[in-house]
Design a protein around this ligand. Structure first.
Ligand code: GDP
Ligand code: MG
Length: 398
């Protein structure tokens, strides 16, 4: 298979997740090795190269993260492997590399472990829908162990809200595959894994069907015509004369869509991904603020309360030296083009009252003003202009 990758081809973003030492990096190396023998667009990346992952700075925090690219018969992949558990947590919470689906590695010798659960929980919260399971270390486990681990993993998946019944599970040995072993648990197991990843994990396409969302970057007045807002359509199809709501800063203002312009040309509709200028009828410019959002009527609402996952930066990352109290923390929250004072209350395990720098937690955010805040939307919280928290919205509350 030698066809050159063309630039318009969609890339599927995947990553290896799972408990430390279960074989994520070995599997990543094995995948590149197997594919490098099949096509010229995949290069073998050794275990050592992946494991000494370069440091990346995403939204103020330091993450060690390896990005590996390869191609199967179906499509191209960008694959993320994080060396440490905390790198994984930071990657997920900062949205540094958004995965379309994940390969969960579970060592048959251990079964599911605390980090297996934690990674799955985070994956679920940031919106990953499809998980493929590789039950690893089959070379040193017997069939009964493999089957038990499969059952246990399916239960865990279901428990967390994934499709534990239909998620594909493959048994194999990443190490054997990396060594070029051609017996069942060697290379063929990785080949089989790649086939199920190809077929089970779907790449998201631009969403033209859902109600439209237009985050507002800018607004101005056209004399004699009215208020025009400018932004890039995040989802859906915007049509002239559609009913809409302008949301943000405690407001939910009904309006209708007037003229729509793309590159200064009037059009009847615009689709997700397009940068548009939109005339909104009957709304004075003084009511529009950057950070507001225009959406299809009654499709979204504003709220003061959101659930989130947050990560407290360490001193080395420019964050706090002091731990954070479970409740009553109040500082400005920044997201896209707006910022608002926010109170953060943490959901900590029983008996814990503090979150230490370098740790993450589930949080309840209370914004001083009602805002639209989308699931998966990232934010930071700053003290004296220094980022101390990075987070991601998981749910709108009340
Ligand atoms: P990670 O922390 O999940 O990235 O795990 P690694 O890929 O670093 O693997 C941890 C250890 O398990 C290493 O010593 C690997 O050689 C070993 N290992 C990985 N896969 C297998 C396997 O299929 N069989 C055996 N026996 N050992 C494996
Ligand atoms: Mg590793």
């Amino acid at each position: 298979f030698t066809q050159n990758a063309d630039d318009t081809e969609t890339i599927c973003n995947v990553g290896t997740i799972g408990h430390v030492d279960h074989g994520k990096t070995t599997l990543t190396a094995a995948i590149t090795k197997v594919l490098s023998s099949e096509n010229d667009d995949s290069k073998y990346v050794s275990y050592g190269e992946i494991d000494k992952a370069p440091e990346e700075k995403a939204r103020g925090i330091t993450i060690n993260i390896a990005h590996v690219g390869y191609r199967t018969k179906a499509r191209r992949y960008a694959h993320t492997d994080c060396p440490g558990h905390s790198d994984f947590v930071k990657n997920m919470i900062s949205g540094a590399s958004q995965m379309d689906g994940a390969i969960l590695v579970v060592a048959a010798t251990d079964g599911t472990m605390p980090q297996t659960r934690e990674h799955l929980l985070l994956a679920k919260q940031v919106g990953i829908k499809e998980i493929v399971v590789f039950v690893n270390k089959a070379d040193i486990a017997d069939m009964e162990m493999l089957e038990l681990v499969e059952i246990e993993t399916r239960e865990l998946l279901t428990d967390i809200g994934f499709d534990g019944i239909n998620s594909p599970v493959v048994y194999g040995s990443a190490l054997r595959a990396l060594q070029g072993d051609m017996s069942d648990f060697g290379v063929p197991s990785v080949r089989k894994l790649l086939d199920v990843v190809d077929s089970y994990i779907t790449t998201p396409t631009r969403d033209y069907k859902s109600p439209f969302i237009l985050p507002i970057d800018n607004a101005f007045t056209v004399p004699g015509r009215g208020t025009v807002v400018v932004g890039t359509l995040k989802q859906g199809t915007l049509k002239k004369n559609a009913n809409a709501n302008l949301l943000g800063f405690d407001e939910e203002i009904p309006t209708t869509i007037g003229d729509i312009q793309i590159f200064k040309q009037s059009v009847l509709e615009a689709k997700a991904g397009e940068n548009v200028g939109v005339l909104i009828r009957g709304i004075k410019i003084s009511r529009v603020q950057t950070g507001m959002l225009l959406c299809a009527a009654n499709s979204l609402s504003v709220s003061n309360h959101y659930a989130a996952q947050i990560y407290l930066l360490t001193k080395r990352e420019g964050g706090r030296k002091k731990p954070m109290q479970a409740s009553g923390y109040i500082q400005p929250l920044y997201s896209s083009t707006w910022h608002i004072t926010c109170r953060v209350d943490l959901k900590l395990p029983d008996g814990t009252e503090l979150l230490m720098p370098g740790e993450h937690a589930e949080a309840r955010l209370t914004l001083m003003r009602k805002m639209p805040f989308l699931e998966g939307q990232a934010f930071t919280i700053r003290e004296n202009k220094c980022t101390v928290i990075t987070g991601i919205v998981t749910k709108q509350l009340g």
